[in-house]
Design a protein. Structure first.
Lengths: 392, 425
């Protein structure tokens, strides 16, 4: 354990929704059971981990839900759960100095409009004029606001009143890790006491599948865990998920009597071009920076992409630590995937117990867990690592 | 770096200075050339030549047409422009070595998505299929792998990080039309934390394509004064009718004062403070009471450790929409009181249009040039004053002025409000 101090970054609230349900307790139970929830038919031949749709009405007024696309509803709902868990939901004084760091991609398109334009353009006398005419007449004016990356944060401001500051980072998995890193660094340096950090992902989208199918990045064979896909070329199964954390300085949490679940003792992020061994070198440097570990387990963000997942498996084997790659159960959720693993890591160290293996090659851990190392190797770029410990 | 008191601000934080700048807009390439043309009151707004204009309500923009980009799409042109302004800024700064920038990258980038030319190209390869079925079939052929990397949200920052050898994970930020200022804010905070001695801040935006234009058009945000393009953007005028979309990029090398002095770098200006507040009122409109905007300016001044009367110029967000300009004036008046009416407040967007994601970075560069030369670039097209906005917008002609420091405002959809406090060397 590292020495504790008033500028420690504590997790005082977690909001998590996924294909497994809502809240840490539900996730703990299903992680223990190890059964993924999959939709194999809606997007066949691809499969996705579909969101267990929460009762949005509990967190988001109907009129606001109508202004959002699913990715924003997922995130705004998860943010509400985190604020509620931290005991700051509805507390205007605290929300007025809560700083948001959100990791986001973009919002879903209108597939019917796209399809109609694609069908009509080749037959049109003037395809360019046809495109303009149909964009002008068929696009819903407010759809734009459901697509802009920073409008998840914008909706959280509107629905939950978080107005200290609002920054949205883009860039797939690394955006989530950098959001957590920057929040922790600002807490350590006294650049704020209270942060809402997270993101959301709607995997049930044709435009998402299209993006990753272009890259040959999707798994289309019978479902297996992420480590087991390597032999057959690897690939990702995307999962819908929203996760937000309330991060707070120890001094601030103690002053208001907030209960912390865990502490983020370190977060590091880096990049490389992924020439063989480069990602490992980044991870080794990050691991060395964590110092001596004590009864630690690894929560890996491995995506299932062949090269990165294979290299990470070799690296993790050298640590000798028990590993769980949560994408085997939750699917890969891009921007919020690292944040979700921080949340699960917080629960693991709080419970002192690691759930059973999710895939071949993951070792059983019988003893108590005191620390959790979170890895986040992006499916394309970015290598991140965090250390999560008990708060006390 | 040294903890010499002379290198720290009043709160004991490292003073953060600018040692390099790059600028590329619809007026041309290069800081000095752009600055000369801005002081001359030139407009970069013109009729769009990049795509067909049939059926569009707005047919003008400040496009950058002199930078080749293939495939032609927003992330590609954004990256090409960013590349050029980074080169200019790093060369001026003289920092690091070629391909070895000693600090992190903070990039303001428009959200990325596949665009129509790419969708068409893909659909054309599978004429027997329709809609997303066709696109997915084309994607599965493996022939469009290049599009996959191009349309990842992380690839522009990754490519710039490789080319300039910045350190660590590159951070791409989107806070809508405040993004360019957010990139500077993130760098300022990182240097103040002692996490880095230098940072490369870039804002870039090349969003002038049919769908982006239509999206803003459907929100009634754009000027429809198509007949005389260079006169369409008229911030603070009574007859302003919307903003004009535009493209451009700017880069700044931010550096701790200690680091800049140690290597004998020329200091171009100081980023003295920053203030930010989010607005919870509405997705596109500011709270009518202006509190978040007022607080962002007040916070910036407090962060810089100066009073409002120490500010001599405001580079406005000044988009030329009826709502923005009214709100901005109302909030400036609240912060600056009786002085507001005599304080020069000019809008660079009158000449460059609204460069969206890049605007905050571009306008920070323009503000630093104003401070350097003690000369204010005008608000052009100001022929019909709005009696509701009794401000000195430096109408139509550049003006010399004694300026100790300036603020630069940036506001964006989604409740983003940011204010930077800048001063000369």
């Amino acid at each position: 354990m590292r020495e504790s101090g008033p500028r420690d970054a504590l997790i005082t609230g977690i909001g998590l929704v996924s294909s497994l349900g809502e809240g840490m307790a539900a996730h703990r139970a299903i992680l223990a059971a190890g059964q993924p929830v999959l939709d194999r038919t809606s997007f066949a031949p691809w499969m996705v981990h579909p969101l267990a749709t929460p009762d949005y009405d509990r967190m988001i007024p109907k009129r606001d839900q109508r202004q959002m696309e699913p990715w924003q509803r997922i995130g705004t709902y998860a943010a509400g759960l985190a604020l509620e868990a931290a005991g700051i939901r509805g507390d205007a004084e605290l929300l007025g100095r809560t700083h948001m760091l959100v990791a986001a991609g973009g919002g879903e398109r209108d597939y019917e409009v796209d399809a109609a334009i694609l069908a009509g353009m080749p037959k049109a006398a003037d395809p360019a004029a046809y495109l303009n005419e149909h964009l002008m007449s068929d696009l819903r004016p407010t759809l734009f606001l459901a697509q802009l990356s920073n409008l998840l944060a914008g909706n959280i401001s509107i629905v939950h009143g978080v107005v200290g500051s609002s920054r949205t980072l883009m860039g797939e998995e690394a955006a989530g890790a950098d959001a957590a890193r920057i929040a922790c660094a600002r807490i350590a340096a006294g650049q704020g006491d209270l942060f809402l950090v997270g993101g959301s992902y709607n995997a049930q989208r044709l435009d998402i599948l299209l993006q990753y199918e272009m890259g040959g990045a999707l798994w289309k064979q019978p479902f297996t865990g992420v480590w087991s896909r390597r032999a057959d070329g690897g690939g990702m199964v995307m999962g819908s998920l929203g996760c937000f954390l309330v991060l707070e300085s120890r001094a601030h949490a103690e002053l208001r009597g907030a209960t912390a679940t865990a502490r983020i003792a370190a977060v590091a992020t880096d990049r490389c071009r992924r020439y063989p061994g480069e990602a490992t070198a980044n991870a080794q440097r990050q691991l060395a920076g964590l110092g001596a570990l004590d009864a630690a387990a690894v929560l890996s963000g491995a995506s299932g992409m062949a090269a990165a997942t294979a290299e990470e498996a070799v690296f993790l084997a050298t640590t000798g630590l028990p590993v769980r790659a949560t994408a085997s159960l939750l699917g890969h959720s891009m921007e919020p995937s690292f944040i979700a693993n921080l949340a699960i890591a917080a629960d693991v160290v709080t419970q002192g117990w690691l759930f059973p293996p999710l895939d071949a090659g993951e070792a059983v851990m019988t003893g108590p867990v005191r620390q959790a190392v979170v890895t986040g190797w992006g499916h394309w770029r970015g290598e991140s690592m965090a250390l999560v410990e008990k708060a006390a | 770096m040294s903890q010499n008191a002379a290198d720290l601000d009043r709160q004991g934080r490292p003073v953060v200075v600018v040692t390099g700048m790059g600028l590329l807009t619809s007026l041309g390439e290069g800081v000095e050339d752009n600055w000369r043309r801005l002081c001359a009151g030139d407009s970069g707004i013109r009729r769009i030549g990049r795509f067909a204009l049939d059926g569009l309500r707005t047919t003008i923009a400040g496009t950058v047409d002199f930078v080749p980009a293939e495939p032609n799409c927003a992330p590609e042109l954004s990256e090409r422009m960013a590349d050029r302004v980074c080169r200019e800024a790093i060369a001026q700064s003289g920092i690091g070595a070629r391909g070895d920038f000693p600090g992190p990258l903070f990039l303001a980038l428009p959200p990325v998505e596949l665009e129509w030319p790419q969708r068409q190209a893909m659909a054309a390869t599978v004429p027997d299929a329709e809609g997303y079925g066709a696109l997915l079939l084309a994607a599965g052929s493996g022939a469009f792998k290049g599009y996959y990397e191009r349309f990842l949200f992380g690839s522009v920052a990754e490519n710039l990080a490789v080319r300039f050898g910045t350190r660590g994970s590159p951070v791409a930020v989107s806070t809508a039309c405040a993004s360019g200022a957010t990139a500077i804010q993130l760098a300022l905070e990182a240097i103040r934390r002692g996490e880095a001695e230098a940072a490369l801040c870039v804002g870039t935006d090349a969003s002038v394509n049919p769908e982006s234009l239509v999206r803003f058009s459907l929100l009634s945000a754009l000027s429809t004064r198509n007949e005389v393009p260079e006169a369409a953007s008229r911030p603070f005028s009574k007859d302003r009718d919307g903003f004009v979309m535009a493209e451009g990029a700017a880069a700044l090398v931010l550096e701790s004062l200690a680091s800049a002095k140690a290597r004998g770098a020329r200091i171009l200006g100081v980023v003295e403070g920053c203030g930010e507040r989010a607005d919870s009122f509405h997705r596109t409109r500011s709270n009518p009471d202006g509190r978040p905007i007022i607080a962002s300016m007040a916070d910036a001044l407090e962060d810089a450790g100066v009073a409002a009367d120490a500010v001599d110029y405001i580079n406005a967000h000044g988009t030329s929409t009826p709502e923005n300009d009214r709100m901005e004036w109302h909030c400036v008046a609240a912060v600056f009181g009786e002085r507001a009416g005599s304080l020069p407040i000019s809008s660079t967007k009158s000449m460059l249009g609204h460069t969206l994601t890049a605007a905050g970075t571009i306008e920070a560069v323009v503000t630093l040039l104003s401070l350097r030369d003690q000369r204010i670039a005008p608000t052009i097209n100001y022929l019909t004053p709005d009696p509701a906005l009794p401000l000195d917008c430096v109408p139509n002609v550049a003006r010399d002025a004694v300026m100790r420091r300036a603020i630069s405002n940036s506001f964006g959809f989604g409740g983003q409000n940011l204010c930077l406090v800048l001063k000369p060397e």
